[in-house]
Write a protein that binds this ligand. Sequence first.
Ligand code: PRX
Length: 635
Amino acid sequence: MSTYHIKNLEEYFQVYRKSIRNPELFWEEIAEEHFVWRKKWDKVLEYDFSKPAIKWFEGAKLNITENCIDRHLHIRGDKTAILFEPNNPDEAVQYITYKELHKRVCKFANVLKEKGIQKGDRVCIYLPMIPELAISVLACARIGAIHSVVFAGFSSTALATRINDCEAKMVITSDGSFRGAKTIDLKGIVDEALENCSCVETVLVVKRIQSDIQMVENRDCWLQPLLDKASEVCEPEIVNAEDPLFILYTSGSTGSPKGMLHTTGGYMIYTAYTFKNVFNYKEKDVYWCTADIGWITGHSYIVYGPLANGATTVMFEGVPSYPDFGRFWEIVEKHKVTQFYTAPTAIRALAKEKLDFVNKYDLSSLKVLGTVGEPINEEAWHWYNDNVGKKKSPIVDTWWQTETGGMMISPIPYTTPTKPTYATLPLPGIQLALMDADGEEVKGNQVDGRLCVKYPWPSMARTIWGNHERYKNTYFSTFENMYFTGDGALRDEVGYYRITGRVDDVVIVSGHNLGTAPIEDAINEHPAVAESAIVGFPHDIKGNALYGYVILKDVGESRNHENLRKEINQVITEHIGPIAKLDKIQFTVGLPKTRSGKIMRRILRKIAHNELDNLGDVSTLLNPEVVESIINNRL
Ligand code: PRX
């Protein structure tokens, strides 16, 4: 039996049991046999969930890029590491070999050093899905700088918040990006953000769309001339296993975004191990994850996990609908993709189009299909299984979070029998618990509860950058001695898990985690808005969409409501980004509140879901009459 590559269900159960009996030994064997360390650890794990303090492989020294690049050079130096498929199908594909990736990462790392970036400095990366995005991430890791990638769909305000929170010294961006038939002025967004960021000393600019942009003297530099001059030699900075690797922001149910901090050693082995098993990865495979590196999925399963396994990982710059809705399948055929990993929202959008878009391509290379980011509904699961996988490629429905760093619950293909809408079983090393409202663990099967994890795993986030207290309160205070995920789940009669959705005020829209409070804060800045409350409601393609209840300052507001709706969405776009726009905006005279003044979102959610039968007892509200008025005017 190989612990590192599970091949059947019996092996899974054996490996799982071993991982629970002695987690330290389990992860130690994997770390020892499959990775390059400059110095071994003194202790595998030390933890205390009450602080919380979690340390894996304390005392070990390594560089993650040595594991992701250098060690492959003599065995697979000429193998493609990154296969770049541009937005425009007529533009040449780039096949970046491990040797070339090594050279490009070293050169980039030397540019960072020349610009004064040192170990521990934060570098904000705001780039489209072009090779420089992966390369700059790896270049930071090469020298021990902490990367903070911000998804290039976020607005200048959202970008500025993230830059300031981690006090980034440098921003890496491009002159713009291609997105289908459109171009986006990324540099303009960065310029606007930097009006409010005094910490940034340097902006490196990648030339991608050849647009005419303004360069600020003594701050902005074109990347290419610096790369041309840089040496190809850059010895990796040797860091401690617990040194930070990156910060990645995720929405919380309240307040500012949370900068989840991931460290090096544990993150590396966990993402590599899960990549290998969940995708049943083999040496000649061509693996494609359609996520953006701006999200955790891209960090763990486009960059680090695949490269640590010496895989070929596809990076796609474009969108599924350009030049037409067959683009994904065209790429699968063109590169003979073997594993394809995407989000339910993309599947639902493509399932709405003619089947011809799928059927005209040869998808026989596919061996494993994956989904991530939100629950996949049964209809989408079957469409994916029937039309893309032709019923021969297992679907791995992978449940995990920015905070968990890697996949936590997922089938292992050709091993775990799949079941539509179920993420199935915990991966080795993951000890789950379902908790009831009284803080008791719900044992047995055919039960549900709040999903928690009882024991540390190597890739868990170690803190929230600059706010350890918030880390403790959000994840470790709801249930004693447990990590609380914020999700609800059920366990069926055989022990399979199904995620039922968030139990807090986070709504997953098209797979993007959106806290409602920050959006409400943004809307409330509109001069006409007095107060607002946002809830999610089911949406055919996006999974959930946002429904806003808005009280205007001037109730008799004579302005056209349609225009106001547009303005409110414009404010959201400016503060957060277009992904957070509201699908429905209902103007109302009041919001249902408790006597202590707390908005009863449960009622608003029910109304948005059109579930009017069981609103519960509204008589104890401060303003019960408002409920009827909201119902009568619902959209
Ligand atoms: O609610 C769960 C949902 O996405 C949340 C995490 O979002 P984020 O940190 O942005 O990471 C997404 C990519 C890993 C979770 O708390 N979620 C993620 N995957 C699934 C899911 N819900 C159901 N099924 C999944 N497979």
